[in-house]
Design a protein around this ligand. Structure first.
Ligand SMILES: NC(=O)c1ccc[n+]([C@@H]2O[C@H](COP(=O)([O-])OP(=O)(O)OC[C@H]3O[C@@H](n4cnc5c(N)ncnc54)[C@H](OP(=O)(O)O)[C@@H]3O)[C@@H](O)[C@H]2O)c1
Length: 249
């Protein structure tokens, strides 16, 4: 039996929900590698930062290569988790003003990087349990005006998870693998992303008043609440290959 701690890679650990998730996992004895451009400022013997721009997808293969996976002994871990959390809103405002360069960068971060990391982790985790949590949103299923790129990115992430879940059931190459992928919508959480959302004018984001009201009424969730639910998901053994859920369940 492995004496190593379970290992999780949490993207976007420098702030918000990713930061709270990293802390929740550390409290439970996981070894955590946080990936973001800024340092997370977490001082814990089981924590390390990897400072990296995940939207630069052409460089991912150099950063996360076989030596990287071997160095962290992923295949020898009793359990491996991947929390695809880092995301940006991307360009907001009227669809007709869409900036293709900004859109491309947002889709790289919100869709391509999580897909690529998930694919690599399946090989690196060896035969042990691998749990992937993709941080989703109501925007995965609802086309909110002013949020074309963000909605498209969360919808794409949802479809990637579902597709991969079907492959886990139907593709012989993945037979017997203990892999589950979860799309988890955390609710409306009090983070920098919400601050950015509230800064929009109604002409850019017609539903901005809803978010202003939630903040004014003290109805935003502290990140620690959905973070604990993410940690629970990484520890579960009773999930189907693809599972979609939201906080509080
Ligand atoms: N807050 C909400 O109400 C809410 C609701 C539904 C879903 N979500 C989802 O929850 C997740 C976390 O959001 P949040 O609210 O915690 O956002 P946040 O406070 O803005 O944090 C975003 C995190 O992503 C990282 N990040 C951004 N660009 C990056 C890049 N190019 N490379 C690497 N890391 C990058 C940031 O770190 P650096 O800047 O240091 O790189 C930061 O750690 C996202 O997937 C979001 O879509 C949030």
């Amino acid at each position: 039996m492995s004496t190593l701690a379970p290992f999780a890679l949490v993207t976007g650990a420098s702030a918000g929900l990713g930061h709270a998730t990293a802390r929740a996992l550390l409290d439970r004895g996981w070894q955590v590698l946080g990936v973001s451009r800024r340092a997370a400022g977490i001082d814990h013997p089981l924590y390390a930062d990897l400072r990296c721009d995940l939207s630069a997808v052409e460089a991912l293969g150099d950063t996360f290569d076989v030596d990287w996976a071997t160095g962290w002994a992923l295949a020898a871990r009793p359990r491996v988790g991947l929390v695809n959390n880092a995301a940006v809103l991307g360009p907001t405002g009227p669809f007709i003003d869409l900036d293709p360069v900004e859109m491309h960068r947002a889709l790289a971060l919100n869709v391509v990087a999580p897909a690529w990391l998930t694919a690599r982790f399946v090989g690196w985790a060896g035969g042990g349990p691998l749990r992937v949590v993709n941080i989703s949103s109501g925007a995965a299923h609802k086309p909110y005006a002013g949020w074309a790129t963000y909605c498209a990115s969360k919808g794409a992430l949802h479809q990637l998870g579902g597709t991969f879940g079907n492959e886990l059931e139907d593709m012989p190459a993945l037979d017997g693998r203990d892999v589950c992928i979860v799309g988890f919508a955390p609710g409306v959480v009090d983070t920098d992303m919400q601050t950015q959302i509230r800064a929009h004018a109604p002409r850019e984001l017609p539903m901005v008043q809803r978010f202003l009201d939630l903040k004014a009424n003290g109805e935003l969730l502290p990140p620690e609440m959905p973070a604990a639910a993410i940690a629970d998901l990484l520890e579960r053994d009773d999930l189907p290959p693809f599972h979609e859920t939201r906080y509080p369940g």
